[in-house]
Design a protein around this ligand. Structure first.
Ligand code: GTP
Ligand code: MG
Length: 309
């Protein structure tokens, strides 16, 4: 459906909307009126009218649980490369949701992220979704050579695999947020089924330091996560984000680390995996706070070929 068919949208306004990145009714149906008015430079009341009409067009309304149930049955899953880890996650990294991998440095978060943008390209029967991927790199740790190595190990043509991964290096939190807000077009154009943000919190942590800025940081982080969910749900994409841990000086017993981002992040996740280094290339993954899977652990390895049992 064209934007011009929506109530309140003439050619001039349609132009403004497209320029601001709102190029489909679906995109318009899920924005707030103040955000739309601000970024497209249109009146607040016009924004409300457009959003309402876009919601009707996009058919965003109540649904029966039975319809939802059926849709959940078709949720796609991307293999991690380790059947142990896949089993822990109920079959792999889910589409239509946001999965977080957290752990200390060297625990394998970025390795897993690299593996998933390769694996999503595999056909369905091999644990992929036959789709492309988007990689938002905030720490300058994306390595195409590693992707090529993993692709070769799977018998895929490394050049073709690299052709299907769109990479962006984010330099600030604003930039990171913009890249995700603008991901819609890429998802559609490149048939992407995976969106990685590695790491989701690093820039937030660097820019907003100190207690005084915590509230502001958390609010912005919450908005970013909402944008990630929007992409996951509207386009049936598996979103994978990585996160570091911070020390908890107040804990005497048990694990003295916790993921960054507090409840804002934790509550926004479809699944959270805690990675720990064991000996050599062995890693332990623990599923935490999952809404419908048990809190079990699994082990996997990081090898030359990538993530394996
Ligand atoms: P930070 O981003 O620093 O928080 O860490 P991370 O969790 O992202 O760590 P990353 O995924 O980068 O893991 C790095 C680890 O993967 C290293 O300790 C290496 O041991 C291992 N690794 C990376 N590449 C290879 C490889 O080609 N072969 C093998 N065997 N191991 C590798
Ligand atoms: Mg990393």
């Amino acid at each position: 459906m064209d934007l011009e068919e929506l109530d309140g949208v003439g050619p001039a306004i349609a132009e403004k909307l497209r320029e601001a990145g709102f190029d489909t009714p679906l995109r318009l149906a899920t924005v707030t009126a103040s955000e739309l008015a601000g970024s497209a430079g249109i009146g607040f009341n016009t924004a409300i009218r457009i959003i309402q009409s876009a919601r009707e067009a996009a058919k965003l309304d109540y649904e029966l649980a039975s319809v939802l149930y059926e849709r959940r049955q078709c949720v796609g899953r991307v293999t991690t490369g380790s059947s142990n880890l896949d089993k822990l996650l109920g079959g792999g990294i889910e589409t239509d949701g946001v999965t977080e991998v957290f752990g200390e440095f060297g625990s394998g978060k970025s390795q897993l992220a690299h593996q998933v943008v390769v694996n999503v390209q595999l056909p369905l029967e091999q644990g992929g979704l036959g789709g492309g991927a988007i990689f938002v790199d905030t720490e300058n740790t994306f390595r195409p050579e590693r992707v090529a190595q993993m692709a070769t190990a799977l018998g895929l043509d490394p050049r073709e695999v690299l052709e299907r991964i769109c990479v962006a290096r984010a330099h600030t939190t604003d930039h990171q947020m913009l890249l995700v807000e603008r991901a819609d077009r890429l998802v559609e154009k490149h048939k992407a089924r995976v969106l990685v943000v590695d790491s989701v919190t690093a820039l937030f942590r660097a820019e907003y330091c100190g207690r005084g800025m915590l509230a502001e940081r958390q609010q912005k982080l919450g908005k970013h996560l909402a944008a990630l969910h929007r992409v996951a749900e509207l386009y049936d994409v598996a979103v994978l984000v990585t996160n570091q841990v911070q020390a908890r000086p107040d804990v005497l017993f048990g694990d003295p680390t916790r993921p960054i981002g507090g409840h804002v992040l934790g509550h926004a996740m479809t699944a959270r995996i805690y990675l720990r280094k064991a000996r050599e290339n062995l890693r332990i993954a623990k599923l935490v706070d999952h809404p419908c899977l048990p809190p079990e652990s699994a082990t996997f390895r990081i090898t030359e070929a990538g993530v394996r049992d």
